[in-house]
Ligand binder design. Structure first.
Ligand code: SME
Length: 193
């Protein structure tokens, strides 16, 4: 399948083709999943990496590519209520393209899951956001969170934040899956990171 998408309609068609109904807003469609088997990604990792490359190749605009990456992730990862980017501007993170409800615009480095990810340079996999020091609740339904650093030339320049309404939604395998997709985003956007 040729996945170099140039229109929102093509992206929606691709999402529908892999089993997600995006005719309703994401937050209306989301349901808490208690069986971890049903939270598996809709695509195997190699196929997801290939499709993301198809979405991003040939476009250099950061906002456009971050927007399509957020939409793609929301279409293949079940049981989410928010997925998107925050970009580092000096000593704070500023909201970038996302899928989900309106969110906090600025997050200081060191605050919450996102700020801690930047400060430490390490992915934050949070099973219970209410137990995480300084957690910033943009969407009250968020129960667990995965925050992956995005690097350019070795420096953290952004984070990808994914929230779920289910506690402990993200496994170590989910972390590796999302980190591989962030690495692909980095390669396509920055030419190797
Ligand atoms: N929960 C995040 C803030 C971002 S929103 O959830 C979209 C944090 O604690 O950093």
């Amino acid at each position: 399948m040729n996945v170099v998408c140039t229109s929102p309609r093509e992206i929606l068609t691709m999402a529908e083709g892999i089993g997600f109904d995006h005719t309703e807003p994401m937050n209306e469609a989301v349901a808490t999943v208690t069986n971890s088997q049903s939270a598996l990604p809709a695509l195997p990792l190699d196929e997801a990496v290939r499709q993301l490359e198809g979405l991003l190749t040939g476009e250099t605009d950061l906002v456009a590519n971050a927007a399509n990456t957020s939409a793609f992730l929301s279409s293949i990862l079940p049981d989410l209520n928010w997925v998107g980017f925050y970009f580092l501007h000096y000593d704070e993170l500023v909201l970038g393209p996302f899928q989900g409800q309106p969110a906090c615009v600025r997050i200081p480095v060191g605050r919450g899951g996102c700020g801690t990810c930047v400060e430490s340079g390490v992915t934050q996999r949070v099973d219970d956001v209410h137990a995480f020091p300084g957690h910033i609740a943009c969407d009250v339904r968020s129960r667990s969170e995965l925050v992956v650093p995005v690097r350019r030339g070795g420096e953290v320049v952004a984070v990808l934040d994914i929230d779920s309404p289910s506690p402990a939604r993200f496994s170590a395998d989910d972390q590796a899956y999302v980190e591989a997709l962030v690495a692909q985003f980095t390669r396509c956007q920055y030419g190797g990171g």
